[in-house]
Design a protein around this ligand. Structure first.
Ligand code: ADP
Length: 456
């Protein structure tokens, strides 16, 4: 069967919804196709935090000094200068506008009195959605799409882009779950928003041998690089494909990201089996991941207490994960350090020594060992939590080359007519390493740009 829309959006994560909503609001007929039985992609299962300099919560908290320039600099530096500066500039300049769009137009609720400061950032600037996950974003984006009557075709997998004799992309060939072929014609454009390739082990190892099946992934099963492959088949250029990010603190059994462990942003420390700290807890994800893999057994323990938990109330926000980790014996809560250390057979004398140093550094506001940029927090009072964790493949920085209009470029740097892309499948915004809280800013900002462009 064949259907025709002005704009066909492939993928229903944050980028796809943003593009579809903008295009529809500009008067175009729009369809979203999604290969899984449910919408949301990685956006749904992420923490959902979003960097925006000079945001309203910073004002509420009296945080001054942040700026678009500072955010731009942090992102460029965090990506080892491998990102396209003009696109990073757009993201930095539009970050606040994107956040306000989510808040005011999409009715996403952000906490009004808390922010995260992810590794590599000069300020606390990441807005936190209620519930501390992307579910708040996706449910509200989905509601907006429903209100606008944008059809969402679930269980429909895009397989191939259709182009005409001039090389213009004019539609998508797809399969439904019974392998029946469907054709989606696009009068104006196809927008690819299919996410990264973290769940595709073969594709990971093709571009970087390190990230083979030894690594689990935090990603949705749908994150298999489909859009990158389809675009490449019509001549799209690829960039930075070898840069694959592991999230340092994930479940050793499933590879799932640990959001409970967001206590790290409020002062939880990382120790090894010997009971010693080995890295600055707010360093970049790649640096922490490498450091963890170099420890005994290639894992870490994260340690915190209730004073730290009280800052963002992470335990309450991620109760289901907490219960699962306790059940799986990957987390222990104990009144004393001895008891907690015994559970995991951690060297108690070293651990006591580590904790007394942390307490001293917290008092002196000077972490003499690892220069913790957020300032350490006292661990004098129990109860203590110790959680076992490993790095897991999380975000693929590389992908399609887009320009300021989100047009997909070929090897000669020319736009492929009719083809646009936004979100994790693009490879020009995060450089070699994505800073925490930057994915949501990226996907919403460029998703919206794509939606407006295709409606031009
Ligand atoms: P982003 O953060 O860039 O928006 P997400 O991972 O949140 O990316 O969303 C990407 C979505 O695209 C997922 O829901 C995924 O299942 C979907 N998707 C991936 N490949 C295809 C495909 N071939 N056809 C349709 N949908 C796809």
């Amino acid at each position: 069967t064949e259907q025709t829309f002005d704009v066909v959006v492939v993928g229903s994560g944050g980028a796809g919804f943003s593009a579809a909503i903008e295009a529809k609001e500009a008067g175009k007929s729009v369809a979203i196709i999604e290969k899984l039985p449910a919408v949301g992609g990685n956006t749904l299962i992420s923490g959902g935090e979003m960097n925006a300099p000079e945001n309203w919560v910073q004002k509420n908290l009296g945080i001054t000094g942040d700026s678009v320039e500072s955010y731009y600099e942090d992102t460029i530096k965090g990506g080892d200068h491998a990102a396209n500066p003009s696109l990073v500039k757009i993201m930095a300049e539009k970050a606040l506008e994107s956040a306000e769009w989510l808040k005011d137009e999409i009715h996403v609720e952000f906490l009004s009195d808390q922010l995260f400061r992810f590794g590599g950032h000069s300020y606390k600037r990441a807005l936190i959605p209620v519930g501390h996950t992307g579910a708040e974003l996706i449910s509200k984006l989905n509601a907006k799409a429903d209100e606008l009557k944008i059809p969402i075709f679930l269980n429909v997998k895009a397989e191939k882009l259709i182009n005409n004799s001039n090389g213009r992309v004019i539609g998508v060939k797809a399969n439904d779950k019974n392998k029946k072929e469907l054709t989606f014609n696009a009068n104006n454009a196809v927008v690819l928003t299919t996410g990264g390739f973290g769940s595709n082990v073969e594709m990971r190892t093709k571009f970087n041998k390190e990230y083979d099946s030894r690594y689990k992934s935090t990603d949705s099963v749908g994150t298999t690089g489909d859009g990158i492959i389809m675009a490449q088949e019509v001549g799209a250029a690829l960039n930075n494909m070898e840069y694959i990010q592991t999230y340092p603190i994930a479940n050793p059994k499933t590879g799932m990201i640990s959001l409970l462990a967001d206590t790290r942003f409020d002062g939880a420390i990382l120790i090894n089996q010997e009971g010693k700290r080995f890295v600055e807890e707010l360093d970049r994800r790649d640096v922490i991941s490498k450091a963890i893999l170099a420890q005994t057994g290639g894992y870490t323990y994260q340690l915190w207490n209730d004073d730290i938990d009280a800052i963002s109330k992470t335990k309450e926000a991620h109760k289901a994960e907490y219960d699962e980790l306790i059940r799986e014996k990957l987390l222990v809560k104990a009144d004393t350090l001895e008891e907690a250390a015994t559970f995991f057979n951690i060297d108690i004398n070293n651990l006591k020594d580590t904790i007394s140093k942390v307490n001293m550094y917290a008092k002196e506001k000077d972490d003499k060992d690892f220069h913790h940029r957020g300032g350490l927090v006292s661990l004098e009072n129990g109860p203590y939590y110790i959680q076992k964790a490993v790095p897991s493949v999380h975000h693929t920085m590389g992908g399609l080359v887009i320009n300021e209009k989100t047009e997909v470029l070929n090897e000669n740097g020319e736009p492929i007519p009719g083809l646009y892309a936004a979100g994790e499948l693009t490879g020009v915004i995060q450089g070699k390493n994505r800073l925490g809280g930057n994915a949501i800013t990226d996907i919403i900002t460029f998703g919206r740009i794509a939606g407006k462009q295709v409606a031009n």
